[in-house]
Design a binder for this molecule. Structure first.
Ligand SMILES: *[C@@H]1O[C@H](CO)[C@@H](O)[C@H](O)[C@H]1NC(C)=O
Ligand SMILES: *[C@@H]1O[C@H](CO)[C@@H](O)[C@H](O)[C@H]1NC(C)=O
Ligand SMILES: *[C@@H]1O[C@H](CO)[C@@H](O)[C@H](O)[C@H]1NC(C)=O
Length: 449
C-alpha cells in the first residue's frame, strides 16, 4: 500500500518547510539586530526599543459561563441594553481594507499629545507627507467606529489596564494615552527603570489607571547587554514576575511581544538548556524561535489563568496583541528603507512567512488557553489580531523621521530608519479602536445575562 512514499517524502518536506522561512527571516532578523543593537552613533537608541508586534483582532467573544463583574454600568451598557433584542454578531476585524477618509483626522497630533515617545513623533520630526493619517480600517463584516475616549474611560472607570511586553506594547499604550488625553488629563503617578520601562498614569476624573510594564518575553529573561552575554537568556518555564506579581491589581491586561524573539538567545527550561537561536560561538543547538514563542506564551497564559482561578476570577480580562510586521524594503541604514506613502491594496501583500507564523502561534495559544480557562469566573481572553491590517500599512512607520529633521543637511550616506514601530498618530490607533469595540461587546454581553 501507499506507505512508502509518504514516509519517504514527509520528513524532507517538513524540514524544508521548517528551514525555508528561517533563511528568509535570517535577513530581516539581521537588519533588526543591527538596527537595535548597533544604532548609528549620532543619537542614543535604547536597546529596548527593539520589538513591536502587530496584531489584528478576531473577535468572537469568548462566552464564559459567567458574567463579567468587571464591567460597570455606563453609557455603553445602556446602549447595549437597548439593543438587547437584536444580539450583535461578533465581528471579524481581521479582514478588511484601508479606505481613504479625508474629512476626519486623528484625535490628536504631534503637539497636542505630550506623551509620544520621541522616536515615534513623526509629525514633530518633520515627516513631510501626512497622507498616512487619512486612512481608516474598514472590516468587511461590520463597521469600526472611531475611537471614543469617553466610552473607554467610562467602561474602565475604577479599573486598571496594563500593557505588558516590548516596545510595541509601549507604542500601543502611547496611542491609547494620546487618544484618552484628548478628553481627560492623566497624571503620571509612577515611573521606574531606565527609559521609563515601568510607568503608570491615573485619570483622576474617571479613576482609570493605565500602566506599562517592560517584559519583552513575558517569561523571565535576561536581556543582552554590553556588560553581559551577547545574547538574551530566556527561562521558558517561569513567568516574568516584574509584571505578573502585580496581576492581582490589574483588571485588564494587553500582552504584546514578538520581535525580541528574533534576536540571539539561549533558552532554558528548568535547569537545562533547550537550545539557542542565532548564536554562533555558543555550543548549543539552533532551535529557532517559533517553538520558543509558543512556550513563552503558554507559560504566561497558564500563569495568568491559574492565578485568576485561585483568585476566584475577579473578572480579569486579557488580550494578546498579535505580531506586528515590519516593512524594511532596503538597507535599514540607507535612505528609503521603508519609503511607501500609501497602504497596500487588499491582496497586494499576502500575509505569509514569519508574519503569518508568529500570528498563527499566538492565535493558537490564545485559543487553547481560552479553552482551558472556560471554568474561571469572569475571565476573558481574546487575541487582538492586528497582523493583517498592520501588514497593509508600510506607510505608517517613522522611517528616518525617528529623528528630528533627518534631512536638514541634505541626504546623508547613512540614515537610521525605524520601519518597525508606528508613527503616533498612525495606524496603531486602529488597534485601540478594535480593542474598544471588543470591550464594548463584552459589556453588552454581560448585561444580556
Ligand atoms: C494639534 O492639535 C491642536 C489641538 O487640537 C491644534 O490646536 C493644533 O493646531 C494642532 N497642530 C497641528 C500641527 O496640527
Ligand atoms: C479607583 O480604582 C481602583 C482600581 O484601579 C480601585 O481599587 C479604587 O477603589 C477606586 N477608587 C474609588 C474611589 O472608587
Ligand atoms: C560542544 O558540545 C559538544 C557536545 O556536547 C562537545 O563534545 C564539544 O566539546 C563542545 N565544544 C565546545 C567548544 O565546548
Amino acid at each position: 500500500m501507499g506507505l512508502t512514499s509518504p514516509f519517504k517524502e514527509q520528513p524532507a518536506q517538513s524540514l524544508t518547510r521548517k528551514l525555508l522561512p528561517w533563511t528568509i527571516y535570517a535577513l530581516a532578523s539581521i537588519a533588526l539586530f543591527h538596527l537595535y543593537f548597533y544604532p548609528l552613533t549620532f543619537n542614543d537608541s535604547p536597546a529596548y526599543e527593539l520589538s513591536r508586534p502587530t496584531p489584528i483582532l478576531i473577535s468572537s467573544s469568548f462566552s464564559s459561563s459567567s458574567p463579567a463583574p468587571f464591567l460597570k454600568e455606563g453609557r455603553e451598557e445602556k446602549e447595549g441594553r437597548e439593543r438587547e433584542s437584536e444580539p450583535q454578531p461578533s465581528c471579524d476585524y481581521t479582514n478588511g481594507r484601508w479606505v481613504q477618509e479625508l474629512t476626519v483626522g486623528p484625535l490628536y497630533n504631534g503637539s497636542s499629545c505630550g506623551t509620544i515617545k520621541d522616536g515615534q513623533n513623526c509629525m514633530a520630526h518633520g515627516r513631510p507627507d501626512l497622507e498616512f493619517l487619512q486612512w481608516r480600517w474598514r472590516p468587511h463584516q461590520c463597521s469600526l467606529p472611531r475611537f471614543d475616549p469617553n466610552t473607554f474611560l467610562d467602561i474602565l472607570s475604577n479599573r486598571h489596564i496594563a500593557f505588558v511586553g516590548d516596545s510595541m506594547a509601549r507604542n500601543q499604550l502611547e496611542s491609547l494615552l494620546c487618544m484618552l488625553s484628548s478628553v481627560s488629563a492623566p497624571n503620571l503617578v509612577y515611573t521606574n527603570g531606565e527609559d521609563n520601562k515601568f510607568r503608570k498614569w491615573h485619570f483622576p476624573r474617571e479613576n482609570v489607571s493605565v500602566s506599562v510594564y517592560w517584559s519583552p518575553f513575558l517569561v523571565k529573561g535576561l536581556e543582552k547587554s554590553s556588560a553581559g552575554p551577547e545574547y538574551n537568556k530566556l527561562f521558558l518555564d517561569s513567568v516574568d514576575e516584574r509584571w505578573a506579581s502585580d496581576l492581582g491589581s490589574l483588571d485588564m491586561v494587553v500582552l504584546s511581544i514578538g520581535h525580541w524573539f528574533l534576536h540571539p538567545a539561549v533558552y532554558f527550561e528548568g535547569d537545562s538548556v533547550l537550545g539557542c537561536h542565532y548564536c554562533p560561538g555558543v555550543n548549543y543547538t539552533e532551535i529557532g524561535f517559533y517553538d520558543v514563542l509558543r512556550k513563552a506564551l503558554r507559560t504566561t497564559l497558564k500563569a495568568v489563568s491559574e492565578r485568576s482561578r485561585a483568585n476566584g476570577g475577579k473578572g480579569k480580562h486579557m488580550f494578546v496583541t498579535t505580531f506586528s510586521p515590519s516593512h524594511f524594503e532596503g538597507d535599514w541604514d540607507k535612505f528609503g528603507a521603508c519609503p511607501k506613502t500609501r497602504p497596500y491594496e487588499e491582496g497586494e501583500k499576502p500575509l505569509e512567512g514569519m508574519n503569518a507564523e508568529m500570528r498563527k502561534i499566538e492565535l493558537e495559544e490564545v485559543q487553547s488557553a481560552k479553552e482551558d480557562a472556560r471554568d474561571i469566573n469572569g475571565f476573558r481572553l481574546e487575541a487582538l489580531d492586528v497582523t493583517r491590517l498592520s501588514l497593509l500599512r508600510p506607510d505608517g512607520h517613522p522611517g528616518p523621521y525617528m529623528y528630528p529633521s533627518p534631512f536638514a543637511d541634505g541626504v546623508k550616506d547613512r540614515v537610521q530608519n525605524d520601519c518597525v514601530h508606528w508613527c503616533l498618530p498612525g495606524p496603531i490607533d486602529t488597534w485601540n479602536e478594535i480593542l474598544l469595540e471588543v470591550i464594548k461587546g463584552w459589556t453588552r454581553q454581560s448585561l444580556r445575562r
